[in-house]
Design a protein around this ligand. Structure first.
Ligand code: G3H
Ligand code: 13P
Ligand code: ZN
Length: 327
């Protein structure tokens, strides 16, 4: 079993009305927590590496960790570059064994986005690698690029067909109201439900459906799709952290998106919250402990539980890994 591309995963996900989870990885415990959960529920997986992850952990370590996960789990896993911002970065990941790359030129004018994306697609396809591109800008942090809420703009459905046909990209990330990080909505934008939980304004499903109409059978990607579980926000805050007003995308909206043309849903912040909340709690409860294995073990276990919940209850991809020709 080797690393696989996302092509067949997306074909099956589109027809099956589910989405593949794309989880960001930065170290061994995160890779293990995610992949062991996927193995437990037979889910296909995309593990993604940002420019920042590569700078932190080193390309070779990350590749080898993901290859180890393929050997250990026997799962079809796609290794994807998240938010590649230059041709050179994409080329380096393609040459270095990734099976999928994202070129994110969404902050550039349309013509420049087309030009750069097309160049990456040509190189990637010559090397058997698939390419995700992006149209529209998410509010929040796009890797190194800080997109303020005022600058963010939704994807224009009337542009998607021309963009995809001129670039030849294999999937398209769109902006319909999600954003990166743990502070996706301000409390004043939200309405309390009967339990007092703050419910943010809904995603722009109207834009998603227009995009779907203009690009039949084409896989769509949602970035910024952490739901920011309030249990973990509480755990952080009760154990010395300070994350007031952290709010994410409600999981029922992600489930609805996964039933549509959305075939890939990106989750990073939730993993960070689970890990940080768990470790903060451990440190508060065990101030005498200093063996990293003792606090990384429960952190990894909680990532496992969180990812299992996403795969089964939110993305709907559990039980589908073995259906892939290499599954
Ligand atoms: O979209 C951004 C991802 O959460 C990766 O974040 O650049 O801090 O690794 P990072
Ligand atoms: P979150 O910050 O919502 O987890 O988004 C992650 C992401 O989009 C990675 O590309
Ligand atoms: Zn993203």
């Amino acid at each position: 079993m080797a690393l696989v591309s996302s092509k067949e995963m997306f074909e099956k996900a589109y027809k099956g009305g589910y989405a593949i989870g794309a989880f960001n990885v930065n170290n061994m415990e995160i890779v293990q927590g995610i992949t062991e959960a996927a193995k437990e529920v037979d889910a296909p997986l995309i593990l993604q590496v940002s420019k920042g992850a590569r700078a932190y952990a080193n390309h070779t370590y990350l590749i080898k960790l993901v290859e180890a996960a393929v050997i250990e789990t026997g799962l079809p896993i796609c290794l994807h570059l998240d938010h590649g911002d230059t041709f050179e970065l994409c080329k380096s990941c393609i040459d270095g064994g990734f099976t999928s790359v994202m070129i994110d030129a969404s902050s550039k004018p349309f013509e420049e986005n087309v030009e750069l994306t097309r160049r990456v697609v040509e190189y990637a396809h010559d090397h058997g690698v698939v390419v995700e591109a992006e149209l529209g800008a998410l509010a929040g942090i796009e890797d190194d690029v800080n997109v303020s809420a005022e600058d963010s703009h939704y994807t224009r459905p009337e542009e998607v067909e021309e963009f995809v046909s001129r670039t030849g990209c294999d999937s398209l990330a769109i902006a319909i109201g999600t954003s990166h990080g743990a502070y996706k909505f301000k409390p004043e934008q939200c309405t309390p439900n009967e339990k007092g939980i703050l419910v943010p304004p809904p995603l722009r499903f109207d834009i998603l459906h227009e995009v779907e109409k203009n690009l039949p059978n084409f896989p769509i990607v949602l970035h910024g799709s952490s739901s920011v579980p309030q249990d973990y926000v509480k755990m952080v805050n009760e154990n010395g952290g300070a994350m007031p007003g952290a709010i994410g995308v409600p999981e029922d909206q992600l489930r609805e998106a996964a039933r549509s043309a959305v075939c890939k849903i990106n989750i990073d912040s939730d993993l960070r919250l689970a890990m940080t909340g768990t470790i903060r709690k451990f440190f508060r409860e065990h101030p005498d402990k200093f063996d990293p294995r003792e606090y990384l073990k429960p952190a990894r276990a909680n990532i496992h539980e969180l990812v299992k919940h996403k795969l089964v209850d939110v993305l709907g991809c559990a039980g589908h890994a073995h259906e892939l020709s290499n599954g």
